[in-house]
Each structure stands twice: as C-alpha cells, then as structure tokens.
Design a protein around this ligand. Structure first.
Ligand SMILES: NC(=O)c1ccc[n+]([C@@H]2O[C@H](COP(=O)([O-])OP(=O)(O)OC[C@H]3O[C@@H](n4cnc5c(N)ncnc54)[C@H](O)[C@@H]3O)[C@@H](O)[C@H]2O)c1
Ligand SMILES: [Zn+2]
Ligand SMILES: [Zn+2]
Length: 346
C-alpha cells in the first residue's frame, strides 16, 4: 500500500509500505476513505515532535471502513463504516476511567506519532472498540473526518475549559481550523460577543460568516487595546488561546477580565511568562488540556442533526495520491486561503 512517510525534519515521501496486519486481539485494520492534514503534522515536519521517528506514517485524522477486526473486538466487524479518533483509548486504565483518554497509559495520542497513522491506504487501530465510532448509513464521511481532532479539540480545550456561558463576551486568539472549530462550538452556549483575533484577513472574513460578532486584525499589534475598547475596559470572560506562541498567550493574559478564564489550546514549543504579579488578584482560572475526544459521541449527534456543519472548513480536495501537493498547499495556508484539505482514497 501507499503511505505518507516522515523521513526526518523537512523530509517526507509518498512511499510503498507493507499493509498493516492485526497485532493484538483488540486491533482493527481500517481502509481509509477520507483523511486530512493537521497543523500538528506541520509541527512534526519541522522536527518539533521527537517521538516521531524516521519511517513513521503520519496522520491522526480520518474515516474509513473496517477491513479486519481482531477476535477481541466486539463492537465492530468488517465492512463497518467508522470515524477514527485522534486519541487511542484502552477504556480500562486509571486515566481512561476518569474520561481522560488523552493520557491513556497504552494509548493517548499515538497515531501518526508513536505508531503509523492515517495518511495511508490502510491503518491499524489499537483498542478498536474504544477508539473508533460507528458512522451511520447516509452520514457524510468528509464532515465526520473533522471530528477526529479539530472539533473535539476546539470544544473540549477551548469551550468547555473556558466555561463559556450565555451572554458572555469571549475572545478566540487564532482563527486557524482549531480557532474556527472553537468559534462554531462556542455558539452551543450563546455567548453575546465573540471576538476573533488573527493576522490573516481571509480567516477573519471566514470567522464573520461562522458567527464572530467582532474581528480584530492584529497585524498592527494593537489587539489588546482594541479588545479593551470593545469591552469598555473590562476585558473578556473567556480568552481562548488557539495559536501556540508566547505572543498569543500574552494577548490572553492582558485581555482576561477579573473572574475570567484563560483556556489554552495551542501546542507551545517555548516557555511563556506568566504575569502573576497582575493576575494573582484577578480571580482568574488558567486551563490546559490535550484533547480527550470524550465529547465525540455528543459532537457526532450535533453533526447528524445539522446543528453543527464542520464541512464548511474544507477548502481544498485532493486524491490521497496527491498528498505531497496537499502538504504544500496546507503548508502555505495564508497564500492558498487554505483551512482544511480533504484527501480521498478511492
Ligand atoms: N491541545 C490540543 O490537544 C491540540 C490539538 C490539536 C491542535 N492543537 C494546537 O492548536 C493550535 C492551533 O491549531 P491550528 O491548526 O488552528 O493552527 P494554525 O497554524 O492553522 O492557526 C493559527 C492561527 O493563528 C494566527 N496567529 C499567529 N500569530 C498570532 C497572534 N500573535 N495573534 C493572533 N493570531 C495569530 C495565524 O495567522 C493562524 O491563522 C496549534 O498550536 C496546534 O498545534 C492543540
Ligand atoms: Zn491534530
Ligand atoms: Zn486507557
């Protein structure tokens, strides 16, 4: 079969690899139907994720059809249509029993990281019973592929941890796929004001279509002043960080209102400075989280009912054999006006 293989920092290839086989009784082999590329894959390509080694098939998002299931798999059989979670969970360890699948002892984020991932014609999924979700007849594979990672991430790490409430004023710093998924799912809770901050004017225009009430282009570095102006000097109830750099974390620290929450989503490679000399007296809450994908069943229902329309984030479509080109497009997101690129394995 063919797979997108990481060959060390800056190097990747679309290569022939052996088709994966069942290794444990709880494994399933899935034939990929749709997959996509994540911002985290670009972090990996830069060499920022040391657990990813030369020869690894990348990808942690996708939908497909079960090709084979181990004898210990009771919930799925071959031919079933499935959504693959970016987080693998055994369902049995202490962390899984707390609903914290991200820290599952034998699982967690392993796909396209410690084991071969979904940017291939086939993938092996460990603990299939608790790491896959059924796709019902007639449901849209492309829409559901958005639920492997970005929607649970925006919702769990941003909206739930940010405790967004009706009538509140919130700000989302970063209007990439994750920031936009946060914007869309925050509206389950009807905040009164949603301020989106980015430097990419196209992404801000998209944000307006998806429900942002105010957008701020931070190219001039004046986002903080503008948020304070909009909020009459008070700041926002929830400041959600969806970039992963010190500057965007600083924006959140400066704009959070007394009693507010800073919900960090971004993957940070560098240390940030916490302004405790100001924040200690402000009754704020700061949260961090690796997505657990514990809300996937709920998000699936909102997509099936049409309440949530994640397909709107797909801007480009390719055959999986064109994945090298798809990486170039996604890697030049600002120039290409790219959000999510959808890859089809026919
Ligand atoms: N916590 C988790 O479990 C988890 C899961 C998936 C992704 N992530 C992380 O979430 C972050 C966002 O992901 P994405 O795919 O949307 O990334 P992205 O790179 O597509 O989007 C980031 C956006 O931030 C904007 N930006 C850059 N600097 C800014 C600044 N100073 N102020 C405002 N905006 C700024 C960029 O223009 C871009 O549109 C990444 O760090 C990603 O690795 C975290
Ligand atoms: Zn991801
Ligand atoms: Zn576990």
């Amino acid at each position: 079969m063919k797979a997108l293989v990481y060959r060390g920092p800056g190097k990747r290839s679309w290569d022939e690899k052996p088709k994966p086989k069942l290794q444990e009784r709880t494994d399933a082999i899935v034939r990929i139907v749709k997959t996509t590329i994540c911002g985290t894959d670009l972090h990996i390509m830069k060499g920022d994720v040391p657990t990813v080694t030369d020869g690894r098939t990348l990808g942690h998002e996708g939908t497909g059809i079960i090709e084979a299931a181990g004898e210990g798999v009771t919930n799925f059989r071959s031919g079933d249509k499935v959504l693959i979670s970016c987080i693998t969970s055994c369902g049995k360890c202490d962390f899984c029993r707390k609903g914290m699948y991200s820290h599952c002892e034998p699982g967690g984020w392993i796909l396209g990281n410690r084991i071969d991932g979904t940017q291939a014609e086939y993938v092996r999924i460990p603990f299939a019973d608790t790491s896959l979700y059924h796709i019902v007849e007639g449901a849209d594979f492309e829409a559901l592929t958005m639920l492997s990672d970005i929607f649970p991430t925006g919702f769990e790490c941003g909206v739930l941890n940010g405790q967004v409430k009706p009538g509140e004023t919130i700000a989302i710093v970063g209007a990439g796929p994750i920031g936009l998924a946060t914007l869309m799912t925050s509206q389950f809770y009807s905040p009164a004001e949603i301020i989106m901050i980015d430097m990419d004017q196209n992404r801000l225009e998209v944000s307006k279509k998806f429900g942002a009430t105010k957008v701020i282009n931070n190219s001039d570095g004046k986002a903080i002043e503008k948020v304070m102006e909009i909020t009459g000097g008070k700041g926002v109830d929830a400041a959600i960080e969806a970039v992963g750099i010190p500057a965007s974390f600083d924006t959140c620290q400066e704009i959070v209102a007394p009693g507010g929450r800073i919900a960090n989503i971004g993957v940070h490679g560098k240390s940030v400075s916490l302004r405790l000399e100001k924040l200690w007296a402000h009754n704020i809450t700061l949260t961090t989280r690796l997505v657990d994908t514990v809300t996937t069943p709920m998000l699936l229902k909102t997509v099936l009912s049409g309440k949530l329309q994640p397909k709107q984030l797909i801007t480009h479509r390719f055959q999986i054999s064109e994945i090298m080109k798809a990486y170039d497009t996604f890697g030049n997101a600002a120039k290409e006006n790219a959000l999510k690129v959808m890859l089809t394995n026919e």
